[in-house]
Write a protein that binds this ligand. Structure first.
Ligand code: ZN
Length: 628
């Protein structure tokens, strides 16, 4: 990665004047030195020097993180916090209400304040309060964890000059402009606090950088826990290069100077993706690039296309309520059905158009979404719009009960609705227009450096009306606010396909099970099972298992008197049964054992799409490549 920095020293100053007023550029910059030599142990050390004025000062640790849509800054990892000026210690006091605020008094005649602290993380990757982002072989540098800023400051207006000392011999991938490299210490150009926090880095011992082409340069940086895992195939590289081409063709412009995919391959760090303007932080299973079954997992196939789409939809165009000026102003999530829902849709479209997701897999993904949303019975009490408004709760709710609570349905259900919008445009204009035209209008030309252009609901309606005059306000108001049992499958039907079921999992469904280390019985008995400990995960409301009184989180010990394994449970489901069949599940919960009778006469059921010959096959048209 370090060899790719040739043009960046010059552009750092260009972006300063492009993004900020000259006076903001002239303000003294904070200097931030981060020592990552112990990152593998879960210890990062920070020395921050802030320009200050004498008097009372409140410093904020970033709380509301872009892309997370929630006040989830992992402050539980903040440790060893000390302030000083001129070598003299300065006491601090945490705010009694706002846990992310620290009050202190800067002495007279003081112009700089020294802050030092550590950031610790735990081996338990599920603890979001001190989230684990490193192993002995790789580490993510998340600047939001490594900075404090004065209360009242807008992040565009604060300048930071950062440096990073890496473990010996590690390589680094990052979108942040670098000015020099001295041994294992990397010095970065002065940037705004906005850009700093938006520029996650990925460092590692086993590291590979791949050029993905692009009108503006796009790179992939891979770090893994093992040298074998970074061996990306020529076929996957070609698909990723095609992803860049297809995205450029879809949007007709870019809004980055260069783009860096960071791909962390580790079993020790939670699988997820976080978008940034000029990069994305993608985390998946260690063998994602080298295991054939994982290459068919939707979570692997769609991860990079989704996060890349966010550079246009989410970072460049951003709902006004999410375009806050700093990291302590609360965000409003009401338009996440566009921010995440449209990104889910476009990400799925681009993963198919790029070939990362073969057409058969892409159809299985749509079948999975349709079935998954059908199983979310919470639609009977809670409209889709409310899942977006309450997004800051949705990411942290118990996944076991998501069929009842809905969680973050503004991803998948909105994708079904954007499919409906796309098919509507294609049908009514007889194929002359599509949602691709919306993307060009809303996210497209002219190409720009990173900047945020906020939008409102009215702006979305207006752009849709430019593509095709229609009652788009009514279309969305109805679908966002209605209460009804079934998932919105009208778009799927209009695309020429309908939801059906097979008794065998598809290649992609097997890949999803391998990737998530679970087995899915959601569409038959009504639950999933984690490989580790045979823990019963999410439970479908009204399913045979729910009616039998199964408690999610309990352990499945035996099936009809035999110790549980995937085969022991799957075999009777494959065989099917008559109406009187009872499957006896021995379940352990709270150190107590109970036998539960599950009444289920059917077969194993895995979602599939089936072609409806009476309707044109718009889905295949939507998912087919648009570039030669
Ligand atoms: Zn997203």
């Amino acid at each position: 990665m370090t060899s790719l920095r040739h043009w960046l020293i010059a552009t750092a100053f260009v972006s300063c004047f492009a993004l900020h007023s000259p006076s903001a550029c002239a303000a003294a910059a904070a200097t931030l030195e981060v020592d990552e030599r112990d990152i593998g142990r879960g210890l990062q050390r920070v020395h921050l020097v802030l320009p200050v004025k004498p008097g009372k000062l409140t410093l904020i640790y970033p709380k509301w993180l872009p892309g997370e849509h929630a006040p989830t800054g992992p402050i539980g990892g903040l440790s060893g916090l000390k302030f000083s000026a001129g070598g003299k210690a300065i006491p601090w006091q945490r705010d009694g209400v706002e846990m992310y605020a620290f009050h202190l008094t800067v002495p007279a005649n003081t112009t700089t304040l020294d802050a030092s602290f550590e950031v610790v993380s735990e081996l338990n990757a599920g603890n979001s309060n001190a989230v684990r982002t490193a192993t002995d072989a790789l580490g993510l540098i998340l600047w939001n964890q490594l900075i404090l800023y004065p209360l009242g400051v807008q992040s565009d207006d604060m300048q930071v000059t950062a440096s990073l000392r890496l473990p010996a011999g590690w390589k680094l991938g990052i979108a942040l402009p670098q000015t020099s490299i001295n041994g294992d210490t990397v010095q970065f150009a002065t940037v705004s606090l906005t850009t700093l926090v938006d520029s996650t880095g990925l460092a590692g011992k086993y590291f590979k950088t791949v050029d993905l082409g692009g009108t503006r340069p796009v790179y992939l940086h891979i770090a893994a826990d093992d040298a074998a895992a970074i061996q990306i195939s020529d076929a996957t590289t070609a698909q990723l290069r095609r992803l860049v081409k297809e995205a450029e063709a879809l949007f007709g412009a870019t809004h980055y100077n260069e783009y860096h995919f960071l791909w962390t391959l580790s079993e020790q760090i939670g699988f997820q993706g976080i978008e940034h303007h000029q990069s994305s932080d993608n985390r998946s299973a260690e063998r994602s690039l080298i295991d054939d079954s994982l290459l068919h997992a939707s979570g692997v196939q769609q991860l990079l296309p989704h996060e890349y789409t966010h550079s246009w939809n989410g970072k460049y165009r951003r709902p006004a309520g999410l375009a806050t000026g700093n990291f302590d102003t609360p965000m409003r999530g009401e338009l996440l059905w566009v921010y995440e829902g449209l990104t889910e849709y476009i990400g799925m479209v681009l993963s198919a158009r790029s070939g990362l997701e073969p057409l058969a897999d892409a159809r299985d993904s749509w079948a999975n979404i349709a079935a998954d949303m059908n199983s979310h019975k919470g639609r009977e009490w809670r409209p889709l719009a409310d899942t977006a408004v309450a997004a800051q709760l949705g990411y942290n709710i118990a996944p076991e009960w998501v069929s009842r609570t809905r969680g973050v349905d503004f991803y998948e259900e909105s994708a079904l609705l954007w499919l409906e919008a796309d098919t509507l445009i294609r049908t009514k204009t007889h194929g002359a227009k599509s949602l691709d035209d919306f993307c060009k209008i809303f996210h497209g030309a002219p190409s720009t450096a990173p900047k945020v252009v906020p939008y409102t609901f009215d702006d979305v309606v207006s752009a849709l009306n430019t593509v095709m005059p229609y009652d788009w306000r009514g279309f969305w108001m109805e679908r966002l606010n209605r209460i009804r049992a079934g998932a919105p499958l009208e778009g799927l039907k209009a695309s020429g396909w309908h939801l059906t079921y097979d008794t065998e999992p598809s290649v992609e469904q097997k890949g999803d099970e391998a990737s998530t280390k679970t087995a899915s019985y959601f569409e038959s008995l009504g639950f999933g099972i984690k490989d580790d400990g045979a823990v019963i995960t999410g439970l479908v409301q009204g399913s045979p298992a729910d009616l039998a009184g199964i408690t999610p989180g309990s352990h499945l010990v035996a099936v009809d008197g035999r110790k549980y394994s995937k085969d022991v449970l799957s075999d009777p489901l494959k065989a099917g049964g008559d109406a009187s069949r009872v499957i006896k599940l021995l379940v352990e919960k709270d150190d107590m054992f109970t036998t539960v009778d599950v009444h289920y006469a059917g077969h194993a059921r895995y979602p599939r799409l089936e072609r409806d010959p009476s309707t044109p096959d718009l889905l295949t048209a939507i998912l087919s490549p648009k570039t030669p």
